[in-house]
Structure formats: C-alpha cells, structure tokens
Design a protein around this ligand. Structure first.
Ligand SMILES: [Zn+2]
Ligand SMILES: [Zn+2]
Length: 301
C-alpha cells in the first residue's frame, strides 16, 4: 500500500454550471450489474460463499425492481430538504411486503444455516421489522441483529430506489448544497465514483439505500468537508481502479472507484472485494465514513 501521486484534475472541471447535481439511476440496471459483478469478483475472493449469497439476494432485487408492486408514495417531504428521509409509517407495509417476497424467493436457494435465519426473519412481527428498519436507516446498525441486516436493507433499498428517480425529477436541484449524506433519502454513501462525463474527473457519491448519485467536489473530505489535508492511497499502482481518500482532520476515509477504467465496476461489490484497503487504513487509525448494503454486519453474534 502506498500513497499515490496527486491525481490530475481538469482545470475548471468543478464549475457547477454544466453538471447534474443528482443523477437518478434505474434500480433494475444497478442491481443487475451488481449481481454480474459479484459473480465475477467471487472467483478470486476468499469470501466466495458470501459473494454468492449476496449475488442471489441482489439478483432477486433486480427481478423485483421490475415486477413488484410499490403502491403509491403517499407522504414525502416535498418542501423538506431531504424528501425521502422521514416517510410515514405506511411505507413499512410496502417494504415489508418486498422483504417477504425476497425471502421466499431466496429460501430454496440457500443452505440450511442461512435458511434458518431466513425463516426466523419471515416470522418477525411487522412492528419488530419496522423498529429494525428504522434503526438501520438512522445509522444505528447494532440495534438490528447483524444476521438480518443484509435482507432488511435489501428490501428497503428496493423500495427507496424505486421512488428516488421520481423524486429527483421533481426537485429543484439548483437549491442543493454540497452534502455528505444523500440529498434524496439522507443515507450514507457506499463510495465515490469518478466519471468522465460530462467532464473528466467528476466525483459523485453513490447512495447506500436509494442508489442515487450526487456530485461532490474532488479533494474535499466527504465527511467533514475540509479541503486542505487529504491523502490518496492505493495498493501498489497509482492508476488503480479503487483508491482511498483519507482526511487528516476527521480521520475518515472514502473509497473512490474509477469506473471509466472499468465500466463493469459496482460500488457495493467492488467495495466488498477491496476490504484489504480498509484493513490497512483502519490500522493507520482511519475509519470508513461510508455504509455498504452488503456489509452491514457490524455486530458479531
Ligand atoms: Zn439515497
Ligand atoms: Zn474529514
């Protein structure tokens, strides 16, 4: 692991005039690409079994994103700064319906130890599921049992990612300020993606829940916002597709994925495949400021 040279930035490339502040994504396309990427990355991973479980979950998400009934979006904060962050309790029945569909699809595809967890989750009361769902969305990860988090988040992600594009279409993006959390649902990013359209080297943060992407200026800490003491890290190669930007001020870090170099990359799958970078940064005293939907097991059971 080495500190890489300065990444060249195109002069003037951060002018807010031409870029989109928020990009809506097609959830089916995101889940489909993620499932493909998990399949590819599993081949070289010591976590191949876990990649395969994630791939099955994400494949079901891809199908449900196209076919499921998402009802109507009844109460979203049209005037609020973050429209999908505080939805009423009526949304619980929708994402919990998606959860039951996801789990019944998954059940015949998993071994007995996972099947036990799936069956147990299927038996939980709506009130209990609502409480755990809210805890995860509010970042209190250890308030939900770690063995259920992957599935709970997958169902909520389906619901939130379905509505995010519609909300983005109706937002006045000019009012938005740069922010660390998703401007649509208030969740943490998974990582940054660096894109070359409409201009080279633009950075977007990719939401861990609703999958939207929002612009964030390069070389500014995505957690505390300071722009003086940032360090770029990568394994060996200064042109690596995955690099880490760490902040000397708040000691947080975010991964950057250079998807132009490798268009098949997916933020969640590639983050999972590069945990060795996290280990190195953790050993240097830095902590991730991001959330990976495939890696919510913060609690050991
Ligand atoms: Zn979001
Ligand atoms: Zn910082």
């Amino acid at each position: 692991m080495s500190q890489t040279a300065e990444i060249p930035m195109v002069p003037g490339s951060e002018s807010p005039l031409e870029l989109k502040h928020i990009k809506a994504v097609d959830p089916h396309a995101v889940y489909h690409r993620r499932a493909q990427r998990l399949l590819t990355l599993a081949k070289d991973s010591p976590l191949a079994d876990y990649f395969e479980l994630c791939r099955r979950v994400v494949s079901i998400q891809a199908r449900l994103a196209k076919e499921a009934d998402f009802g109507q979006l009844l109460s979203w904060g049209k005037e609020g700064a973050i429209p999908l962050s505080h939805l009423g309790s009526e949304v619980d029945s929708y994402w919990q319906g998606l959860l039951q569909q996801l789990l019944s699809d998954l059940l015949p595809q998993v071994d007995e130890s996972v099947a036990r967890v799936v069956r147990l989750l299927m038996q939980q009361s709506p009130e209990q599921l609502s409480t755990w769902g809210r805890a995860l969305r509010e970042g209190r990860m250890s308030d939900a049992p770690a063995r259920f988090s992957l599935f709970l988040w997958a169902a909520m992600g389906l619901y939130w990612s379905h509505w995010a594009p519609m909300v983005i279409k109706r937002m006045d993006q000019r009012k938005l300020k740069q922010q660390s959390l998703c401007p649509i649902c208030g969740s943490h990013p998974v990582a940054s993606v660096i894109v070359d359209e409409p201009r080279a080297g633009l950075r977007y943060l990719h939401c861990s829940l609703c999958e939207s992407e929002w612009h964030y200026i390069r070389a500014h800490c995505t957690s505390c916002g300071q722009d003086k003491e940032m360090t770029i890290w990568s394994l060996d190669d200064a042109q690596a597709q995955v690099r880490i930007e760490s902040c000397d001020e708040c000691h947080g870090y975010t991964k950057m994925m250079f998807i132009e170099k490798s268009p098949l990359m997916d933020v969640a799958a590639d983050d999972l495949a590069t945990l060795i970078l996290d280990k190195e940064l953790n050993a240097k005293g830095f902590g991730a400021t991001t959330v990976n939907p495939l890696l919510l097991a913060h609690e050991t059971e």
